[in-house]
Design a protein around this ligand. Sequence first.
Ligand code: IVH
Length: 675
Amino acid sequence: MDEKQDTGANVEELRRLIDHHNYRYYALDQPEISDSEYDRLFAELVRLENENPELITPDSPTQRVGFAPIEKFLPFPHEMPLLSLENATTEKDVIEFEARIRRHLGYEGPIEYVAEPKMDGLAVEMVYENGVFSGAGTRGDGFTGEDVTVNVRTIRSVPLRLRAERRNPPLPARIAIRCEVFIEKKDFEALNETRARASEPLFANPRNAAAGSLRQLDPSVTATRPLRAFFYGVGVLEGRQFETQWETLNALKLWGLPVNPRSTICSSIGEAIDFYNQLAEEREKLPYEIDGMVIKVNRLDWQSELGEKSRSPRWAIAFKFNPDEAQTHVLDIRVQVGRTGILTPVAFLNPVLVGGVTVKRATLHNMDEIERKGICIGDAVMVHRAGDVIPEVSEVLKSRRTGDERPFRMPSACPSCGGEVVRLPDEAFHRCLNLNCPAQVKASIVHFASRDAMNIEGLGHKIVSRFIDENIISSVPDLYTLRKEDLEHLPGFGEKSASNLLDSIEGSKETTLSRFLHALGVSHVGSHLAELLASHFKSLDALRSASVAQLQEIAGIGEKVAYAVNSYFANPANSQLIDDLLSFGFRLKIPQPSGPVDGSFWMDKTVVFTGALSSLPRPEAARVVALRGARVTDSVSKNTDIVIAGKDPGAKLAKAEKLGVRIMNEEEFARMLDE
Ligand code: IVH
């Protein structure tokens, strides 16, 4: 009995911890622990709940997934309708908005407003009963939406229970909270990238991606989508009252619901307009898309007094930004050859201003995508862009066709080298198979030299193109054999620019392991994964010899990436390339450990010794690794992280090999102790 009670308390404590870290991560954007530490807590909770299923509760953080697909969405009636907002496009509109408010209230004194970024996602209402999440519905026609409860459960930023801390406003018996569900720009790009590779239809913009992801009949699909939510208002509220919008937002935040941190209280309409101008400047840099700013009268008693017109409240207005979509024409479609030989069709557009930037091109991704959207040369189209996201054709205006439009066909010969173009089975892409194709070589050198990789200043596309076309270099390693004499005679290349370039090439040898990895251009390995790999393996040699299983042990590395990395290093041509590069004397710095959690390579590793070590006795070796945070055990299992093999190793070595456990010889062991 006692033991059961202990387990119950442990489970509760783990849930509290996990909820707390979710709150730090999603609501406050201030995580306190690493992702792997979080994963460990989560795994422990899953284990305890599996062993004690009677302890599972619906608000446990483990209960987000695992709901069966549904056949259709049930209606979700809103007890209070979800209204829409009147739009303002100019300052004059906003000033008139305040004048109407003043007339209605018969009031001349100061009015406070709350200004909130207008998230470009979809409106969802979530209901909590006694603090526990009980249901969610889309906006629909404002009166009845669709019941997306099981899907919303999978969104990690939506708490399954509200935080009832002592200092918090008491939890209402029942509350319907309105929020915007959205996808961040970078997550949207990654999602579309994955879909393009899998020949799946792409989403035109983050809003469509969010809506499509939430409206899935199978919640396990929604669970894989990077949905987030920001909460901004309250519908039905039983058991307590708020006085202002600002107080409402603060209560939501304290209850653990993410509230947009850019929301601001303004003491006058002028301040709100200033904030709009500031927000318009920041818009590009924000991680998510916004299409304007919502201005709300702060006092709730005034809100009730103002009431609403037919479909929108008198106390709020949406002050919109320039649209991030515009209409133009596709002048031509041409293909570009990337560093992996993939042919990407690109639409050349009649230049058009979108969100303040002139757009001349938009990526069309691949042939499937062109067919799916039905894009022809000459079509009138809508183009969408946001921040750094590559502009995309979001829609073809088929009703505007004249009959002069021409379909696009993928060329059968590479436009760069004339080589054969193929589409491999299971691939969405057409590829040029010629590894020496100049376009591929150029693109891989440009990538190698780029800012996040080797950061070789002055080596952009133009110069690289010239070097290749004029036969000055033909591969990445050739960069490191360049001499002043090779460059000086080039028209437009003075002595100064030649020596600057050579200096930055020479300087690039002093770099970090993660930059070097990123520069190699292993497929799927961008700068983030390169850092992850570098900080885990801590040496190029260790990474080069890592098995698929060892790679997959790293939190954040899945099967696909593990295979890509493993097969990259297994390819003799790549090995040769790396050896050639290393022969020029690179110094690859290893990232410093980041904190006490995974401060040491040995921290939390399960280690087994086998065979005799020549440099120190086994007990001494065990003590040394234990001091660095490792657990030393006697037998090899799938939970073993490292087997250290000395002379005449026993059966443990064979078992480790069979299980794919990382094996260290004495030399490697000594090196890792020094790390
Ligand atoms: S308040 C009664 N606040 O804009 C007012 N709406 O046209 C209800 N939206 O459907 C809306 N961010 O999807 C409000 N901070 C915000 C918002 C916001 C985005 C969306 C919402 C709504 C639409 C109104």
